[in-house]
Design a protein around this ligand. Structure first.
Ligand code: NAD
Length: 256
């Protein structure tokens, strides 16, 4: 039987892959054989990540991109197509969190989160769609969150929760539109994962970590690789019948 998880010869574009979960997705897909393109706000982490991928023996290309701006995403996709020739896999990973009480949330707090997490994901899907639909193949994996299905405790983050619920429904909507045309769209919803995003939270709000661990059946946070392996599955031919699914990887958090 052929190895359905083998990504040799595929090109994967990952947003926000300079650090954290996105960087681990880049490593994992590269280890599975893919060449990697990184579209990232921070050009220095992006070029560092690309260097690391080249060190693994794969081709890598990095481009500065702000997923908040549709034009920036369109330019990044055009640049990747010019340098790498094709995009087989898109992972919309770039995202931010803001912890503000709803009644104290400013216009810019709200819009930053919705623009980057939800609109940025749509700009990415829309930008690769003509290419993938014309070729009749492609796999898009959107990084949502368990926060798209539940309300976290104790942090107030209504914009974040709404943005991720939007990503889950966007994923289903696009999957239904494109399923018959060879393009699969799915999401991965992580629980608490140890990255800079959560480190910032638990060092600022020192009582949160104990609550998060207590509310997670396995009793601790996950690692970026736990998310990356789920992305690998959905990106690969092993998931050829998975369309519009939201794969929750959360140490059991949403089971309780
Ligand atoms: N860490 C967690 O517990 C957790 C849980 C659920 C979902 N997620 C989601 O996983 C994704 C990655 O999170 P992380 O924990 O690795 O975060 P992180 O803050 O460690 O890394 C985010 C990366 O995205 C980049 N980025 C931010 N804004 C961008 C923009 N406008 N354009 C392009 N790139 C941008 C950053 O430069 C950074 O490299 C996010 O979508 C996040 O919401 C994380």
């Amino acid at each position: 039987m052929s190895n359905l998880f083998d990504l040799t010869g595929r090109t994967a574009l990952i947003t926000g892959a300079g650090r954290g979960i996105g960087r681990e997705i880049a490593r994992t897909l590269a280890a599975a054989g893919a060449d990697i393109a990184i579209a990232e706000l921070d050009p220095s982490t992006a070029s560092d990540a690309a260097e690391e991928i080249r060190g693994m023996g794969r081709q890598a290309f990095s481009v500065e991109c702000n997923v908040r701006e549709a034009g920036s995403v369109n330019n990044a996709v055009a640049s990747v197509l010019e340098h790498m020739g094709k995009i087989d896999i898109l992972v919309n990973n770039a995202g931010i969190a803001r912890w503000t009480k709803a009644e104290e949330t400013s216009d810019s707090d709200w819009l930053d989160v919705i623009d980057i997490n939800l609109n940025g994901t749509f700009w990415g899907c829309r930008a690769v769609a003509p290419h993938m639909l014309a070729r009749g193949s492609g796999s898009i994996v959107n990084i949502a969150s368990m926060s798209g299905s539940i309300v976290n405790k104790p942090q107030p983050q209504s914009a974040y929760n709404v943005s991720k619920a939007g990503v889950i429904m966007l994923t289903k909507s696009l999957a239904a539109e494109w399923a018959g045309r060879g393009v699969r769209v799915n999401s991965v919803s992580p629980g608490y994962i140890a990255t800079e995003m959560t480190r910032k939270a638990v060092t600022t709000y020192t009582d949160w970590a104990a609550i998060w661990h207590d509310m997670t059946p396995v009793g601790h946070m996950g690692e970026p690789a736990d998310v990356a392996h789920a992305v690998w599955y959905l990106a690969s031919d092993a998931a050829k019948f998975a369309m519009g699914t939201d794969l929750i990887v959360d140490g059991g958090y949403t089971a309780w």
